[in-house]
Design a protein around this ligand. Structure first.
Ligand SMILES: *[C@@H]1O[C@H](CO)[C@@H](O)[C@H](O)[C@H]1NC(C)=O
Ligand SMILES: *[C@@H]1O[C@H](CO)[C@@H](O)[C@H](O)[C@H]1NC(C)=O
Ligand SMILES: *[C@@H]1O[C@H](CO)[C@@H](O)[C@H](O)[C@H]1NC(C)=O
Ligand SMILES: *[C@@H]1O[C@H](CO)[C@@H](O)[C@H](O)[C@H]1NC(C)=O
Length: 689
């Protein structure tokens, strides 16, 4: 009795500590140790901290900013091709230390770089808290300094400050902070900037990415929300844009953008009380693809909850078309300083409408510019593509930090999928797809999310924050570059670790198909030459051509094949016969139930932790110490458990974590008024325990 209680408690805690993936978002494979031969490494300076930052891919090389150095690293071998060294002068270092900064900060961290021509290089560094930029010309042996200029507004003072830069038509667009104390955030392109110290323009932002698209340059960041009028403060994620032919306004608007606009990004689990992931951490670049039969340009982003709250992470996608719609919609405005932020009626918007790309912005009337000064925020938040996150996770162990995408990977059926690589702050990389992204209208998956978490790979020791990811294709291969502060590794994009046909198809990995001729799970490119020989079904995870592959049992399949030992009897290409919806559901969590799940899991773990601690402290003292071992090393236990569950069953993995119970039993209790900040702990406790 006593021991069975412990077993139950243990399995619950392990389920919780492994992270609360929502239904069917448990990784199908966990790879905790990569083969040495599958990994390439670059260590940089082995004695000092490098603070690597990926700056630019240059053919089969990549340029990486580091402490006092730009490394040119071969993507084929991860060996150093060349380096550019730029140390701060003794005077600058002395002044930096005099102003109270540490030895570590008083170095030159290279944060901005652009290859301007075949042999020209533009580089900016923090230069011991006195940012500078330099123009170099590369000759056969070395980099020759051509010009040096102030980096104020082009590069942050503090290497840890998040900023982003992009070159468009020979002009550098930077989103960063100026000033020694970092109090002056700006989006800058000589000579135009956002208004200084105007919180309606930028309010303590952290910038994560930027790129140009058509006539505009887009910036992604998070900032303190001016429109949030409740007590306390809240951070929201934004997309902003400026027009690349903005010339500034007349007279007093001379050095200011006339086209700067921003909109909120909405990454949330829908419901009566949506659960928001408010803080953007990174984005991919723009991806062109076919989704549900339609062409679209989208970006993927990683979003998290605030660092001082329950840790939750999500990946959302946004369509460029939806971003345009938000910018074409109403402005958000405030009548008086303490009134609510409301949509501005279109009758109050002057002509020409502020924010549009015009031929000569210096001729804009004051009406337009005065309105623009107060109205840069759009009323509509940009909705997430497919209306919900693609991957959601809460974990006590880690958060998502970075994302990269290998776009539109073609499968044996000719369908294409974006493969997402998501990095965490504890050394792992997760590979995931939206299996429904190809479903055509009429299909019950159309316009929905069916998240498939294919694998989770431990790339760096636990506790290592992954700071950059890059999917790169060379002539020979495609790989994933994984960057931490002090080490860079490249790993394979796929592992195809499956023995049988059924297991291989069940991976739902767009890279992996089962070769019927050679009887192996492979990523061979030849699958495109002879599709009939290769079995793959990314959407459903099974195929009747695999002797061991069986569809998930549902009402309809039960009727079709009453004997579960017999293969199903229907035509292989008529997949609509199976009603997949009833078993392999899309995550149907609502915002409330998710908040509830998160809260309860935290409470449970606290309570369980206490009980377990108490029980084990009593038992361990006098009994067999082996009983304690699974708890001492939860990873080992966890990996064992997962390895066991890796043998594929006919049934889809059933999530037997206690939290689901709560979710389903509480779906109707919408009057709980839940939010992350405001948790009705008593009520939840009562329901759950
Ligand atoms: C490592 O960095 C330190 C400090 O910048 C420098 O003195 C040392 O020479 C570097 N070592 C190598 C191998 O580059
Ligand atoms: C980096 O190294 C490669 C190979 O040596 C070279 O082709 C490329 O031009 C280099 N890039 C820069 C910016 O130095
Ligand atoms: C964000 O999206 C969710 C779900 O699509 C929606 O319920 C919610 O109202 C949206 N929030 C905002 C601020 O637009
Ligand atoms: C803007 O400039 C382009 C080319 O310089 C010209 O064709 C166009 O008519 C101009 N538009 C306006 C509204 O002046």
């Amino acid at each position: 009795m006593y021991s069975s209680l412990i077993v139950i408690l243990l399995s619950m805690t392990c389920g919780l500590s492994s992270g609360l993936w929502t239904d069917n978002q448990i990784p199908k494979r966990r790879i905790s140790q990569l083969k040495e031969s599958d990994v390439q490494r670059f260590l940089g300076n082995e004695t000092d901290s490098d603070h690597f930052k990926l700056l630019e891919q240059d053919g089969d090389s990549v340029l990486v900013g580091a402490t006092n150095i730009v490394y040119n690293i071969s993507l084929l071998t991860l060996n150093e091709n060349k380096r550019l060294q730029w140390y701060s002068s003794d005077d600058d270092i002395k002044m930096c230390k005099y102003k109270g900064k540490s030895d570590e900060l008083c170095q030159n961290y290279i944060r901005v770089l652009s290859k301007r021509s075949a042999n020209g290089l533009f580089v900016c560094g923090t230069n011991a808290f006195k940012p500078k930029c330099r123009q170099y010309v590369e000759n056969s042996l070395e980099f020759e300094l051509v010009k040096e200029l102030s980096g104020e507004g082009l590069c942050p003072y503090d290497p840890t400050h998040l900023s982003t830069a992009t070159f468009v038509d020979d002009s550098l667009y930077v989103a960063t902070v100026a000033g020694f104390n970092g109090a002056d955030p700006l989006i800058y392109r000589l000579p135009l900037r956002t208004e200084q110290f105007n919180p309606k323009h930028l309010n303590a932002p952290s910038f994560v990415n930027s790129f140009s698209h058509q006539q505009n340059v887009y910036f992604f960041f998070r900032e303190t929300a001016v429109e949030y009028m409740n007590c306390g403060k809240s951070i929201y994620s934004r997309v902003a844009r400026v027009c690349s032919n903005d010339k500034g306004g007349p007279h007093k608007f001379r050095n200011h953008w006339t086209t700067f606009q921003k909109a909120r990004l909405n990454c949330s689990i829908p419901g009566d009380f949506p659960f928001y992931f408010n803080e953007i951490q990174s984005t991919t670049s723009l991806v062109k693809g076919i989704y549900g039969g339609h062409n679209a340009q989208i970006i993927y982003g990683v979003f998290t909850t605030p660092s001082n709250s329950i840790s939750g992470s999500a990946v959302c996608a946004f369509k460029m078309d939806d971003i345009h719609k938000a910018f074409d919609g109403s402005f958000k405005g405030q009548e008086a300083i303490d009134s609510n932020w409301l949509p501005v009626p279109s009758s109050k918007v002057p002509e020409p409408r502020p924010g549009l790309c015009v031929n000569d912005s210096r001729q804009l009337p004051d009406m337009t510019l005065n309105f623009h000064k107060e109205h840069t925020l759009m009323d509509m938040a940009v909705p997430a593509f497919w209306s919900s996150p693609i991957v959601v996770q809460t974990s006590f162990k880690y958060r998502f930090t970075q994302i990269a995408v290998d776009p539109q990977i073609e499968t044996a059926s000719g369908k294409t999928f974006d493969v997402l690589f998501i990095a965490t702050d504890d050394g792992r990389v997760i590979k995931a797809i939206n299996a429904a992204s190809g479903a055509l209208s009429g299909h019950h998956y159309h316009n929905t999310v069916v998240p498939i978490v294919i694998e989770e790979v431990t790339v760096f020791p636990l506790g290592t924050v992954i700071t950059n990811l890059l999917v790169y294709h060379t002539f020979y291969e495609a790989k994933l570059l994984v960057v931490s502060n002090n080490e860079i590794k490249s790993i394979k994009l796929f592992h195809c670790l499956a023995k049988t046909c059924g297991e291989c198809v069940a991976l739902q990995d767009p890279y992996c198909a089962f070769d019927l001729a050679r009887q192996q799970c492979t990523s061979s490119r030849s699958r495109f030459w002879n599709r009939d020989n290769f079995v793959q079904n990314v959407e459903d995870g099974w195929d009747p051509r695999c002797p061991d592959g069986r569809p998930p049992p549902t009402e309809s399949t039960k009727m079709l094949s009453p004997d579960p030992q017999l293969p199903p009897q229907y035509a292989p290409d008529d997949q609509n016969v199976i009603d997949l919806e009833s078993t392999q559901q899309t995550p149907i969590y609502t915002g409330e139930s998710f908040a509830l799940a998160v809260t309860t899991s935290v409470i449970t773990s606290l309570v369980l932790g206490f009980i377990l601690g108490y029980i084990f402290s009593k038992r361990c003292r006098k009994e067999d110490p082996n009983i304690c071992s699974p708890y001492d090393d939860p990873h080992q236990y966890l990996d064992g458990r997962l390895a066991a569950s890796e043998t594929f069953q006919t049934q889809p993995p059933v999530n037997n974590k206690p939290i689901n119970l709560v979710l389903t039993t509480n779906k109707n209790s919408k009057n709980l008024n839940l939010s992350v900040e405001n948790k009705p702990i008593q009520k939840v406790k009562k329901i759950y325990l």
